[in-house]
Design a binder for this molecule. Structure first.
Ligand code: SF4
Length: 373
């Protein structure tokens, strides 16, 4: 089989108009639902690199037309003078910028990104414009001296960098490991408020957000002023996995709908769930135990509900018996600490089960059922 030639279109940064007006853009489009159009698989990676030239690059194969592709990887190279924490935190700016483009919906984080484009947005000039917008937004961060924005539409390059992205994000998770008790403040993310007013997700070192943002990323993003939606909240006094300061913050944010949050619980005051949860942990009263399902598993769980049926019940809410989670929370030492941890998990969807195989001891894994896809 012929491998299609890859074309790299370069855009000289000196030719980037600072008042770029190539697309309709503004806060007003945050939370816009795009009807019809195209859905693209995506990823976002901000990587530190020594040798690269500044600019915007669009990677597309020769035989691929701008109205006929289904992936869009966003790969950004920044200088090594930035810390690994800062590079990691900058990933959240990508969705923030793109969500403000009229006709573009940007969902999820890291390797799970899904981008929806309206029909009018599938043209070469649009992708040049998107590249320039990301470039200019990153350039506004004082700590960023040099960068390259790569928009990858070519499948082979997409899969290669997406794999690298997963490896880098997993490595960062290990590198940034901290304990809840080692810090005096957690973060509350309000990014989903454009869809879910009064919602906030709690992010602690041992409880990353349901969409996969780590405490270190939220902290670095807040310090660098990259995005405005991570609010620091002092923990205050602790009782089990409940913190007085976090309860107060959530109570105010939710206008009294949420009184208390237990970070490592599903059954009693579980953390509320935003829109982009990677997984849902659910309680099965018949087994008096928990199951875990990932977003891509479309079949029914043992409690008779699919992921999207559960998601409809819980987004923006605190619903006892369910909570949103990221894959990285599964590796937390305090995973479901209030409810017996892994001993009480009896079911996992196949993708989750494969992930568990990489770190759970065999005696625990043998107590978890899954199904063949
Ligand atoms: S799901 Fe939660 S953490 Fe993720 S973007 Fe939404 S509010 Fe923020």
């Amino acid at each position: 089989m012929d491998v299609p030639a890859v074309i790299n279109r370069y855009i000289d940064p000196s030719k980037i108009d600072v008042d770029e007006k190539c697309l309709e853009y503004g806060e007003v489009y945050l939370g816009e639902r795009v009807e019809g159009g195209y859905e693209l698989r995506g990823f976002e990676l901000v990587e530190r690199e020594r040798d690269f030239s500044e600019g915007v690059e669009i990677v597309i194969s020769k035989n691929l037309k701008f109205d006929n592709f289904d992936v869009l990887g966003i790969h950004i190279l920044v200088d090594t003078s930035l810390s690994e924490e800062a590079a990691s935190a900058m990933g959240s700016l990508i969705g923030e910028v793109l969500s403000k483009i009229k006709g573009l919906e940007y969902k999820f984080r890291k390797e799970n990104v899904v981008i929806k484009l309206s029909d009018e947005l599938k043209s070469e000039s649009v992708f040049e414009c998107i590249g320039k917008m990301i470039f200019l937004s990153f350039k506004k961060i004082p700590a960023v001296s040099r960068l390259r924005v790569r928009l990858i539409l070519e499948k082979e390059e997409f899969e290669k960098i997406r794999k690298k992205s997963r490896e880098i994000h997993l490595r960062r998770n290990e590198l940034f490991k901290k304990k809840d008790e080692e810090v005096d403040r957690f973060f509350v993310c309000t990014s989903c408020q454009c869809y879910l007013p009064s919602h906030g997700c709690v992010i602690s070192p041992e409880r990353p957000s349901p969409c996969g943002t780590t405490w270190v990323e939220a902290k670095a993003a807040e310090e660098l002023g990259i995005v405005q939606y991570y609010r620091a909240a002092l923990k205050g006094r602790r009782k089990n996995s409940e913190y007085e300061g976090i309860n107060n913050t959530l109570r105010k944010l939710s206008e009294g709908k949420i009184e208390r949050v237990s970070l490592h619980s599903v059954l009693k005051n579980p953390p509320p769930t935003g829109l982009y949860s990677e997984l849902i942990i659910f309680y099965d009263p018949e087994r008096d135990a928990f199951g875990i399902i990932d977003r891509n598993f479309k079949e029914r769980t043992p409690i008779g509900l699919t992921f999207s049926e559960m998601e409809r019940i819980i987004i923006g809410q605190q619903v006892e018996g369910f909570t949103g989670s990221s894959f990285s929370y599964l590796k937390s030492e305090r995973f479901l600490a209030d409810e017996g941890g892994w001993e009480r998990v009896y079911w996992a969807s196949p993708k989750v089960y494969d992930y568990l195989k990489t770190f759970l001891p065999s005696e625990i894994l043998s107590g978890i059922e899954t199904i063949q896809e």
